[in-house]
Design a protein around this ligand. Structure first.
Ligand code: DX5
Ligand code: ZN
Length: 222
């Protein structure tokens, strides 16, 4: 059985104290650091890049760093994230002209690779690359900002992808990103997700351990 992972999105952390924020959320029981990269082109916002990823590693972060690229194009910058210590690199099919090549590039460098689907992006991009994936990330908001509401149609999409993963026999994580909260994490888990990104739900509260514990107990009810 795949272990359920909580992946706080540092987009909602206090960037002025980022190292400390990441230490605190990991000490509170988070499994993965979700690292949102935006380019003011693919999405209407601009965030952090490889220098910040590398700074977190130098700060002493050893947990997996899950780099979510909301940028276009992706190929030029991927080696920089690998060098910076990324563990997972996921990208949107719209951000790469050659999806298969990009996935291969990530894996050849020893990193885990994944594809991300916007709410309106069809799943056919999965058809010929299931054997090249370590992660499938479904967006439950349109990417660009934290703090948006969960789009309910993501639940059906999760169930559909869960079936595809199980039928493939490959070891692929199913991650959900956007609007994940204590009050919907149980149904999201029941729909098949095993990796849960949460930004504002965690960093918006003072007590990270209390919220992560509560998320886990909700998931256990699914
Ligand atoms: C949105 C990002 C998310 C975001 C989630 O474009 O990919 O990772 O930080 O934030 P919440 O959990 O606040 O919806
Ligand atoms: Zn994200």
């Amino acid at each position: 059985m795949t272990e359920n992972w909580i992946a706080p999105s540092i987009l909602s952390a206090d960037f002025a104290r980022l190292g400390e924020e990441v230490d605190n959320v990991l000490a509170a029981g988070a499994d993965v650091v979700h690292f949102d990269v935006m380019d003011n082109h693919f999405v209407p916002n601009l965030t952090i890049g490889p220098l910040v990823c590398s700074a977190l590693r130098k700060h002493g972060v050893t947990a997996p760093i899950d780099v979510h690229l909301m940028i276009e194009p992706v190929d030029r910058i991927i080696p920089d994230f690998i060098e910076a210590g990324a563990s997972y690199i996921t990208f949107h099919p719209e951000g790469s002209v050659h999806i298969d090549r990009t996935l291969q590039m990530i894996r050849d460098a020893g990193c885990k690779a994944g594809l991300v689907f916007n709410p309106g992006t069809p799943l056919h991009h999965l058809d010929h690359v299931m054997d090249r994936l370590d992660m499938i990330l479904l967006m439950s908001v349109n990417p660009g900002f934290g703090g948006q509401s969960f789009i309910p149609s993501a639940l059906d999409k999760l169930r559909e992808v869960r079936k595809k993963i199980d039928a493939s026999g490959h070891d692929i994580r199913l991650e959900i990103d956007g609007g994940v909260k204590i009050d919907n994490i149980r149904e999201i888990k029941a729909a098949g997700a095993d990796t849960f990104v949460a930004g504002s739900a965690i960093f918006g509260k003072g007590d990270y351990k209390a919220i992560i514990d509560e998320m886990r107990s909700e998931m256990a009810k699914a």
